[in-house]
Write a protein that binds this ligand. Structure first.
Ligand code: SAM
Length: 242
């Protein structure tokens, strides 16, 4: 009988190798903004965060890209979450001064960290730094060998982690083959398929969460048609007391 499950397969995406100002990369990042709209990412993230995280003061986004997703979230959240200190981490420097100004206009302080996440996480975690770490379309870049140390290092630095990733299933895979219909370029068309193949299903991220962190509440679920979400909240933290 044919095996209907999709095995996880992590391959390097083309966009990760293009220079920041390569026209194909600029176009692909615009595609990504459209894809986030089609995936309903902003509503999925808002729904999860509003229910799970009370007014965080320090937030870090890992693999933040051009920061426009966070700007859209901040516009919705700033009234309830005033005076956030936001760190946008990405190994490429993609956030425009306009995006930074718009975030500041909402009353949030913004720090841009241009660094590889693995280098950042290799630095000693001397204290709990963040109330919330969040990531969109980022965790799937890492294979099952690299994810446990990555998750453990995040757990050592944050009281909550929310990740919204591609769901590894047949419908998202079909959708990934159709992104050309919304005008996506060749880079995006290829990366979309690779992203779904590297995406997550079931409780895969929970299984990779560090076992010594028993004091965490984990939630993992399918969201919308194409997304897979993972939420970890530390019990007893300000974040979990809701
Ligand atoms: C698919 S994009 C998602 C961007 C953004 N989160 C969004 O939804 O628009 C993945 C981002 O992760 C960044 N990235 C990939 N691997 C990384 C690493 N090892 N360290 C830091 N950033 C990384 C890439 O530069 C890219 O901006």
């Amino acid at each position: 009988m044919m095996n209907m499950s999709l095995a996880r397969n992590v391959q390097t995406e083309t966009l990760d190798h293009l220079a920041e100002n390569d026209p194909r990369a600029i176009r692909s990042r615009a595609d990504l903004r459209r894809i986030n709209r089609v995936m309903g990412t902003r509503s999925i993230v808002l729904r999860a965060l509003r229910h799970a995280v009370p007014a965080p003061r320090r937030i870090i986004e890992l693999g933040a890209g051009d920061g426009t997703l966070m700007l859209g979230l901040a516009a919705q959240l700033a009234a309830q979450w005033p005076a956030v200190q936001l760190t946008l981490l990405d190994r490429q420097n993609l956030v425009t001064p306009q995006t930074i100004d718009a975030l500041r206009g909402l009353g949030w302080q913004v720090e841009i960290l241009t660094v590889d996440v693995l280098a950042w996480l290799a630095q000693p975690a001397t204290r709990q730094c963040y109330d919330l770490a969040m990531a969109n379309l980022f965790m799937h870049h890492f294979d099952d060998a690299h994810l446990p140390p990555l998750l453990a290092a995040i757990a050592a630095r944050a009281d909550a982690l929310f990740a919204c990733e591609p769901r590894r299933a047949w419908l998202p895979l079909l959708g990934s083959h159709l992104v050309g219909l919304i005008g996506a370029n060749a880079v995006t068309r290829e990366d979309a398929v690779l992203s779904v193949r590297a995406g997550f299903a079931g409780t895969e991220l929970s299984m990779l969460w560090p076992p010594e962190h028993r004091s965490w509440r984990l939630k993992e679920y399918a969201a919308g048609l194409f997304s897979h979400c993972f939420l970890a909240t530390r019990q007893g933290s300000r974040t979990a007391e809701r």
